[in-house]
Design a protein around this ligand. Sequence first.
Ligand code: TMP
Length: 256
Amino acid sequence: MSRKRMIYEGKAKILYEGPEPGTLIQYFKDDATAFNAEKRAVLDGKGVLNNRISEYMMTRLGDVGIPTHFIRRINMREQLIKKVEIIPLEVVVRNVAAGSMARRLGIEEGTPLPRTIVEFYLKRDDLGDPLVTEEHIAAFNWASPQEVDDMVSLALRTNDFTSGLMSAVGIRLIDFKLEFGRYYEGEMVRTILADEISPDNCRLWDVETGNKLDKDRFRQDLGGVTEAYGEVARRLGIIKDNGASDNVVAFNGGAK
Ligand code: TMP
């Protein structure tokens, strides 16, 4: 047995060389960071939950025709994915004002938006991932016009499908962040959904109570972070009701 070759280490995940050409292994760490890694913690079991939740989301999205990098889950913390060239943009879809948009535009958090808004942020940690427009994207050639169209269309389809999925289990999808990759198939290059979809990169509020079931619990020191992630997994039917075998305790809304 030889050790897997590491390709890249991010804040919450590690990528290793995959078993076949064109594949990678995506490993989910327990590390949590916020505010461009100024705030850090290790949250026991977060990686296991995000691996399962992202597997579920990517599989369901694949079922409705949204191309993703997901191939299959390997174990508790790893999944096999297609190797892509990550487009250096974060695509944020917003249904309800929250987070940076609520702050930037002075809109009260929780205000439903008149229409769904798609935003692009440049993936540059050293600049704090600044908001950019399609003008910047075209001028600096970060993505082609076709890729921008593909990303907007796939992001909106992901929003429609995921909003419905979450709504069915009593969760409001407030906003989320996606990353896309260029997948090379012979002469062809396709834009496909990459990275992860989990409570680390979505805002998920309980419909009844408004409780946050996402990484804002960590950002805002609300406590009960992994419990909230476990609650999302439980409602989606990914983990069993008692959650005992998954080492997840019942979510009680967290410390207030
Ligand atoms: P924002 O309101 O802080 O801009 O975040 C919008 C959405 O993007 C929210 O669901 C959290 C997610 N997000 C990430 O996944 N990574 C990040 O680095 C940031 C800033 C936000």
